[in-house]
Design a protein around this ligand. Sequence first.
Ligand code: HEM
Length: 408
Amino acid sequence: MELGYTPALDPGNPAFLADPYPTLSRLRETTPVFYDEVRERWFVTRHEDVRACLRDKRLGRNFRHVMAPAEIGVPPLDPRWQAFWDTERWSLLWLEPPDHTRIRKLVAAAFTPRSVEALREPVRSLAGEFLAPLTAAGEMELLYDYAQPFSIAVICRMLGVPLDRHRDLLDWSHRMVKMYEFDVPLEAAVAANDAAAEFRDYVHGLIRERRAHPQDDMVTALVGARVDGARLSDDEIVSTVIVLLNAGHEATVNTLGNGMLAFARHPDMWRRVVGGDVTAAAAVEEMIRFDPPLQLFERWVLADDVTVGDQSIPRGAKIALLFGAANRDPRMFDDPDAFDVSRPNADQHIGFGGGIHVCIGAPLARIELAASVEALRSGWGELELVEEPRRTGAFVIWGLEGLKLRRR
Ligand code: HEM
């Protein structure tokens, strides 16, 4: 998109995308909270401020429960993308209390520490199974050959979604998440909307199937669930299943890609993981801190008198929180641009968000990623890049096109 001005932060600019961190750092140190007039948003960069915004109940992922779009000058949702809006409508990421609380409680029932912990061993063996043939081959494209089918298998198993359509699930998800970027081109919006329609129809079929033949899985649990005597509607179940499936692999896959690229570029750090100086779990925290798979989340200001840092921000304004900038804040992390797996406070990263929308899948993501790092360190003790990887071209969902690795 031709902006006609030079924005402080331009996520479409190839030079920025090649390495966003110098720009993010400069902004964080010079204009920690700034307004972009064309994009009509406030950007927040410092760790303390991002964390405070995530926890602030006067900020919401949505505003429609308290304000009409016209009241704050927001155009109505584009009806051409109705199928996409329909799938978002009841997504946890689109809701605020009380609907958010009602649906989150049901989903949280499946993500209790005990039930997630019970997945640790099965996930570990799944990682081993997926990696074994690739280890034998000695070369792989980490994302396509391993991370995607592995993460999809884990979340599908949890939800009770058959694996036969796993490439469709990936394709629908990849098309849909393009809607979260800035300046979405027309063809990408059409593709996202078509994907949402196909995904919605697929999940409706699954709901009918589980209603007729209940299983011991999450889709069946959502179909049968009651909150205060009321069942979830089919539309609510569709949104919930889709957000879990999409969120259940996109960020996990990109964390592994971004993180293993960091290891390929810092072989001394990989050696420390392989040698057992640091646990896989600790390495995972630094992978997320150093190059987080989600760079930006937004909030609406729902109240008067909100201040972020020293900046007062009016009701109805939109705030974009820059996770990558916060994760490299020297006020929180010493030598923040260093990839250091022995960093004592890496787990203070912003990667999983905070407040009421804090990632519900974080415990599962941590188990999956640790299992992958463990499997990789036993079979891929010395590894190298086959070629320089390319970024996807997206900023919000931050990942690689692929990562070709070779065992040395
Ligand atoms: C490394 C992997 C992951 C990262 C970095 C990540 C990050 C995040 C972040 C930052 C949010 C909050 C967004 C906001 O505040 O606006 C979030 C929410 C969410 N995540 Fe994750 N996530 C990961 C993996 C997963 C997995 C494996 C699942 C599912 C099993 C999942 C399911 C969700 C859901 C359902 C929400 C919405 C929660 C709500 O709005 O109440 N995520 N995630």
